[in-house]
Ligand binder design. Structure first.
Ligand code: MLT
Ligand code: MN
Ligand code: ZN
Length: 309
């Protein structure tokens, strides 16, 4: 199984179009230690030919151009090796890229009923005509074989609820503390190669590693995990946004409640941060924060990174 990081940035990417924070200014200037990042997505293939996208970011068109294996083969006039897309929530950075996959090309979208409902409620996604682009509902906890355009991808996906929050544009302040969040709004994915049994986890948005999640991922060989913020208050401290990571539905990397601490006893062989926000000091390759995550056994994902399992 091959896993490619198409985009390792969070919503807005790196640099973000309207941002002059220290990181964004530094990457724009081309300073040493800073590398640009597109928005949050992975691609997975069991056979090296047919691919499934895990989330479809607004940068998907560029990401496909940068990944030779995602170009059409030469055998037919219209074709794509992308046979399916699995969505982990309804956030803009995870669904807007579906629009790039128009032009009557068959593939299958897998998501929870809550996220499929978001697509259904936004008429622009009808450009992916039902009948050409299939929608398949994922039931949390139930492994589902991935197929698309008549091809068996040799992979299965299991979605499971993780602590999180409804998409920003769907927040309903009148619904109280949870803002209207329900089961299926934010899921993690376990992807398994059905021939080899090798599996990995993809959890780009997660508010907390609770007991259920810790039990599930214990002993895993590979995980791509929410690396949005280093400090819960970093966006507030940098004057960027008056919201903590907790309020945004993202666990921070550092601190007693952070992911480094939460993973410390979980025996996960390879741990890679993705969905990294432009405010995060780990984006400076020479920072103390970067040394902290490296010393804790974490890798910082980058666009074009490939892992084989
Ligand atoms: C998030 O990950 O919290 C969202 O992508 C934020 C957003 O919609 O900009
Ligand atoms: Mn996001
Ligand atoms: Zn910035």
């Amino acid at each position: 199984m091959r896993v490619r990081v198409l985009g390792s940035g969070a919503g807005g990417g790196f640099p973000q179009w309207n941002c002059n924070c220290r990181n964004c200014a530094s990457v724009r200037r081309g300073e040493a230690g800073f590398v640009a990042r597109t928005q949050s997505s992975l691609a997975v293939s069991a056979n090296g030919r047919d691919w499934v996208l895990l989330n479809a970011s607004p940068d998907l068109r560029q990401q496909m151009a940068d990944a030779p294996g995602l170009a059409p083969s030469n055998s037919t006039l219209r074709d794509s090796p992308i046979k399916a897309a699995v969505l982990t929530n309804g956030d803009v950075d995870h669904i807007a890229g579906l629009i790039n996959l128009r032009e009557a090309q068959p593939f299958t979208i897998y998501a929870t009923p809550r996220v499929l409902g978001v697509l259904e409620a936004n008429s622009i996604f009808r450009i992916l005509a039902p009948g050409v682009v299939d929608r398949v509902a994922l039931s949390p906890g139930k492994p589902t074989p991935l197929t698309g355009a008549g091809v068996d991808l040799g992979l299965s996906v299991e979605a499971f609820d993780v602590p999180g929050k409804i998409a920003l544009y769907l927040e309903d302040a009148s619904a109280g503390p949870g803002l209207g969040t329900q089961s299926g709004d934010t899921v993690g994915l376990k992807i398994t190669d059905t021939a080899t049994g090798e599996a990995f986890f993809y959890i780009p948005g997660c508010a907390d590693v609770d007991d259920a999640l810790a039990q599930r991922i214990k002993g895993a060989s590979l995980i791509f995990f929410d690396g949005t913020l280093f400090d819960d208050d970093e966006m507030i401290d940098q004057g960027l946004l008056a919201k903590s990571g907790e309020r945004m539905g993202h666990i921070s990397i550092s601190g007693p409640q952070g992911s480094i601490s939460a993973f410390s006893g979980l025996d996960v062989t390879r741990k890679i941060y993705v969905h990294i926000n432009n405010s995060n000091p780990v984006l400076d390759g020479n920072s103390a924060a970067r040394r902290t995550v490296a010393n804790a056994g974490w890798e910082v994902g980058y666009d074009g990174m490939e892992v084989r399992l």
